[in-house]
Design a binder for this molecule. Structure first.
Ligand SMILES: [Fe+2]
Ligand SMILES: [Fe+2]
Length: 245
């Protein structure tokens, strides 16, 4: 790795960490520390994404790769503004997205990689789940360091358990962080409790539910995981040092 792993939340609907950052419905984060610097998802609004990236000190030119989890506008919406600023990127899109959308990415000059249903490697340590079935087809991101693994989800429409199961099955087996949108806004507490237990049996040691996870679910995760539940908002960062205990 060229530098220690760092995940920075660039777009989220929770109140931001600093006044220079804007909260808005959606999700995006920047992953550093691997061969490629990755933007995972792009939020709803291109201008807000670019403003937040700038406030966090990210020059769009530093991003090598954009991964879009799924076609909902709160994850895809900022893509075009980003590509206007830096078209010299590879873009990994779920393969079932429309041909028109794929053509648009190519028209911007980016290198398009449609992702099928099997896991795909972006670079050493960075693996995509492959497109998974659900109310919306979606892909998630797996980051592997020497001692830990991190699962990053957009909305988790295929189910946070299904995603964690698929990515936990990719060796090596290491303690896992599951972070991002868990889409549990409308889930009753009993269902969330069950999800917490199943995530633990899959090796989940840390969680960071945000975006569409829902307040009730976030509170339940915090209660169950204690200090090992990290709260996220625009400007939050996660490094391996945050994943202790
Ligand atoms: Fe979403
Ligand atoms: Fe979504």
């Amino acid at each position: 790795m060229k530098m220690p792993l760092k995940i920075t939340v660039a777009y989220d609907n929770h109140p931001p960490l600093a006044p220079a950052l804007t909260a808005s419905w959606g999700f995006a984060c920047v992953v550093e520390g691997f061969e490629k610097t990755i933007l995972f998802d792009t939020g709803t609004s291109g201008p807000i994404l670019m403003k937040n990236l700038a406030a966090l000190g990210f020059d769009p030119a530093r991003i090598d790769t954009v991964v879009v989890s799924h076609g909902d506008w709160d994850h895809l919406g900022g893509l075009w503004t980003f590509l206007d600023a830096n078209p010299d990127v590879e873009v990994y899109l779920p393969g079932s997205l429309s041909r028109h959308l794929m053509d648009e990415v190519r028209a911007h000059g980016a290198r398009l990689f449609p992702v099928g249903t099997a896991p795909a490697t972006v670079c050493p340590g960075v693996v995509l789940s492959g497109e998974m079935d659900g109310p919306r087809k979606e892909q998630a991101l797996l980051l592997q360091t020497e001692t830990k693994r991190m699962v990053v989800t957009g909305c988790a429409h295929p189910g946070i358990i299904a995603i964690a199961q698929r990515l936990a099955a990719i060796p090596p087996e290491l303690p896992m962080l599951v972070m991002g949108g868990f889409h549990l806004k409308d889930s009753p507490s009993t269902e969330v409790e069950q999800i917490v237990q199943t995530l633990e049996t899959l090796g989940t040691r840390w969680v960071a539910p945000t975006h569409c996870s829902g307040e009730r679910a976030e509170a339940l995760f915090a209660k169950r995981f204690g200090k090992r539940c990290l709260s996220l908002c625009p400007g939050s960062t996660i490094t391996e040092e945050d994943l202790e205990g």
